[in-house]
Design a protein around this ligand. Structure first.
Ligand SMILES: Nc1ncnc2c1ncn2[C@@H]1O[C@H](COP(=O)(O)OP(=O)(O)O)[C@@H](O)[C@H]1O
Ligand SMILES: O=P(O)(O)OC[C@H]1O[C@](O)(COP(=O)(O)O)[C@@H](O)[C@@H]1O
Length: 775
């Protein structure tokens, strides 16, 4: 299997210089402010070779980390100024030759200040229309995302910045066909661009509720006031033009004159001397300089680290945009701002918001087309950017995404090398947070594999074990008693280094004896499937996923471990309810699930808890004050009444920086202490009650498997082996999804998505599911 690094062998210093010098010498295109051409020089190639050492030092420094993006930028500039004596062509040649050697790739994982992707994100509160109850919507900002989905945010913006980021539409010089970038003063195309900008404006107006229609079904008005919006543009005139169209669309009544302010973070890529050049010409010239096919030359241009002659790379732009937007967010807390920018900026944002590492997300969004008009919605809060990308002009976008799904699916099938009845061996591992049911699945994999005469190997401790070559053959004896094993009998691991392509390569090397006629079964959650997908797509390992995570957060399937975790949680919750009822105490029970509240919701619903605080909630602080304190005010002191609240781990709130149950006890106890009903009156003595928190935490992951989990595990493993033998094309590169027995489907790994929070059940639990309240 070839990696992208191997495939850039054709890139030579001489070829790069021939190409760069040719464009640097050309007269600048109209409307382009090209960098000055450096003086002619005979020893550029030699100087470029020398400069490579300094660039390597720069990469080594980046690996150790830059505190902020400007430190990264000035270190890069220092290489141009010092090691390249200010000659951008020397830098261009040295940099891209190192890129071809694979020496720059560590940059994509370099810890550069705020640019580093967060390891955990709070899910944004997106609620389908059918589940949008007045109680959820009332008092909140409700953004209409189209497709009957709404994004909910606290109405109170203090400490939070709301950013609507959009691109300019269609301009005279189109970025579909030309390199445009920050050096070309581009205008909207009069015939197509201006109407397009109006569509973007109308979509934004609808989203923020200016049209006043979208929330009519709730009899609510929205709370955003476009008159107070800030507006930021880049230097290119088309962003100012878009601003003017959007401002007009947002105005119900004539708006007071608003000005747009220049923000450097909104600038597009710097294409240097290639600015304004047609993309076909660009790649043909590059191919000619190296004496290779156009399709080969494209590989260089498509690399995110490829630096344009006299300009920067996509990665440099990414650093500028992400850091710049963090700064913009921090500087305008409490306000909403519209950002008018370019497609490459939006692409950078989508990559940042995606959970995958930079290089994987970059590939995912490589098909991001200029014709897709996205609005990227962002919030900046407590130093973090989070958000969501939505589309305007939906039909075109839908068509594009369907086409790209089909293309990816074709690629998945093309990568299946196993033929029916060819498989000889199965290798299995468990990855990510452990879960009950893994043992039952492993045992059934072994049993079914033996029935077909296949060998079985297990890898200890997941991808970590793969990297360490902890692969062991499995006998019948080894799997005795495994089905009822709690947790994973062969271990599991979190192993962040597996995101590194070089580590994947080494790990796959250990699978070499298995590559021809074996499949790797990965039991785990969404992260594990990202790892599985990476080695399937990158190295051709024939993988199949079996879903296992107590979070149960994968769409289209029940995940192993969820039922067992719930059963174990239930025992503790019922004990706590009993003692709460006996003593009148207030209990908070924290269950796992920092990234998703499905387990917490299921536990709370079946235990008839008084309330549930989850990460998905649009406004946890309001929930604590209104629902938790509101309920207690009504029920405290009622004889034999229990007061139990389920809280999902790390749900953020203002009472403690770690969120979850931390800080809740003191806050709630303090509030209760102030209520008059809690104080003794002559002849009346209220129950003395305690307010306590219990963290169930990892006990749930090590739960003994319930019969249901064991049975699901066996069904999934049975189907995995049978289909790998009979119909590998249908399951390789897929996750086996369990709905019920007889309904096990294979979902391609590229299509695995997060499960939507069940707001309907949430509403039912609170008795708020009836839209207009009880009859
Ligand atoms: N993008 C990725 N590329 C390669 N490996 C990944 C990726 N994401 C996660 N992994 C691997 O999968 C492991 C488990 O992922 P994690 O998110 O911790 O758990 P889960 O699979 O339960 O969601 C990680 O520790 C890492 O080894
Ligand atoms: O044990 P860790 O590594 O702190 O992980 C905690 C996370 O693991 C889980 O228990 C399971 O999550 P995964 O399925 O993603 O591994 C989450 O509920 C929790 O947020």
């Amino acid at each position: 299997m070839q990696s992208t690094t191997d495939s850039l062998d054709f890139v030579t210093i001489e070829g790069l210089l021939a190409y760069g010098e040719q464009f640097a010498r050309r007269p600048a295109i109209d409307g382009v402010s090209a960098p000055p051409a450096p003086a002619s020089s005979n020893d550029r190639a030699a100087r470029a070779r020398q400069a490579m050492a300094s660039i390597k030092d720069f990469v080594a420094r980046a690996r150790a980390g830059f505190p902020r993006a400007d430190a990264y930028r000035s270190a890069r500039q220092a290489v141009i100024d010092d090691a390249c004596a200010g000659d951008p062509l020397v830098f261009f040649a040295a940099w891209n030759r190192l890129l071809a050697e694979g020496a720059l790739h560590p940059l994509m994982r370099a810890p550069i200040g705020s640019v580093l992707k967060p390891t955990q994100r709070r899910p944004v509160a997106i609620v389908p229309r059918a589940q949008l109850t007045p109680q959820l919507a009332d008092g909140r900002i409700v953004l209409d995302l189209g497709d009957d989905r709404f994004w909910l945010l606290p109405r109170e913006l203090s400490g939070r910045t709301l950013l609507f980021t959009m691109r300019h539409g269609i301009s005279r010089v189109e970025s579909k066909t030309h390199r445009v970038g920050r050096r070309l003063a581009n205008q909207l195309d009069v015939e197509r661009g201006v109407p397009r900008a109006d569509v973007v404006g109308a979509a934004l107006a609808r989203m923020v509720g200016v049209v006043g229609q979208q929330l009519d079904f709730l009899h609510l008005s929205n709370y955003l006031e476009p008159r107070g919006f800030l507006h930021f543009i880049s230097r290119s005139p088309n962003t100012r033009q878009l601003f003017e169209r959007v401002r007009a669309a947002l105005a119900r009544d004539p708006l007071p004159p608003t000005e747009a302010v220049y923000a450097p973070a909104l600038e597009s890529s710097d294409f240097g001397w290639i600015t304004g050049v047609e993309k076909t010409v660009e790649v043909q010239e590059l191919a000619a300089a190296f004496g290779v096919e156009v399709s080969t030359a494209k590989r260089l241009i498509k690399d995110p680290l490829y630096c344009y002659p006299g300009g920067n790379s996509f990665f440099d732009l990414y650093v500028d945009v992400i850091d710049g937007l963090h700064q913009l967010g921090a500087a305008h807390a409490g306000q909403a701002a519209c950002l008018y920018t370019h497609s490459s900026t939006l692409r950078a944002l989508m990559i940042y918001l995606d959970a995958r590492p930079f290089h994987e997300a970059f590939t995912e969004f490589s098909d991001y087309k200029e014709s897709q008009d996205n609005v990227v919605l962002l919030t900046f809060e407590k130093g973090h950017l989070s958000g969501y990308s939505t589309a305007v002009g939906l039909s075109e976008r839908e068509r594009a995404s369907r086409d790209s799904w089909m293309a990816v699916e074709r690629v998945r099938k093309d990568r299946v090398t196993l033929k029916p009845r060819q498989i000889k061996r199965i290798v299995a591992l468990v990855s990510g947070g452990d879960f009950a049911g893994a043992g039952a699945a492993l045992k059934e994999l072994r049993v079914q594999a033996y029935r077909f005469g296949l060998e079985v190997h297990f890898v200890r401790h997941g991808f970590l074990g793969l990297a360490n070559n902890w692969i062991e053959p499995v006998t019948e004896e080894d799997t005795r008693g495994m089905s009822s094993h709690a947790s994973s009998p062969i271990g599991s691991s979190r192993f962040e280094d597996f995101k590194d392509e070089l580590v994947q390569r080494a790990a796959v090397g250990h699978l070499a004896p298995f590559l021809e006629d074996a499949a790797l079964v990965v039991l785990g959650g969404d992260g594990s499937f990202r790892g599985a997908r990476a080695i399937y797509e990158g190295f051709g390992v024939q993988v199949v996923g079996i879903p296992g995570t107590i979070d149960n957060n994968l769409e289209g399937t029940i995940s192993l471990g969820y039922h067992s975790a719930m059963a174990l949680a239930d025992q503790s919750i019922e004990s706590l309810k009993a003692t709460s009822a006996a003593m009148g105490s207030v209990f908070f029970v924290e269950v796992m699930g920092a990234g998703s509240g499905h387990l917490a919701l299921a536990c709370a619903y079946q235990a008839r808890a008084e309330g549930l605080l989850v990460n998905e909630h649009p406004d946890p602080d309001a929930y604590i004050d209104e629902v938790i304190l509101g309920t207690l005010k009504r029920t405290l002191g009622v004889p034999n009444k229990s007061h139990l609240f389920v809280v999902a781990e790390r749900t953020p709130h203002r009472h403690h920086r770690e969120g979850g149950v931390h800080g809740l006890v003191d806050y709630v106890a303090g509030a209760i202490g102030g209520w008059a009903q809690r104080h003794a009156k002559p002849g009346q003595y209220p129950l003395t009650l305690a307010t306590k928190a219990t963290i169930l935490g990892h006990t749930l992951r090590g739960a003994p498997p319930t019969p249901e989990d064991k049975a699901i595990a066996q069904h999934l493993a049975y189907e995995t082996v049978h289909r790998l033998v009979e119909r590998p094309e249908d399951v390789v590169g897929c996750m086996m999804a369990y709905r019920e027995r007889g309904a096990i489907d294979a979902i391609p790994l590229h299509a695995v998505s997060p499960k939507q929070f069940d707001w309907d059940l949430f509403a039912r639990m609170h008795g708020t599911e009836l839209r207009n309240g009880p009859p």
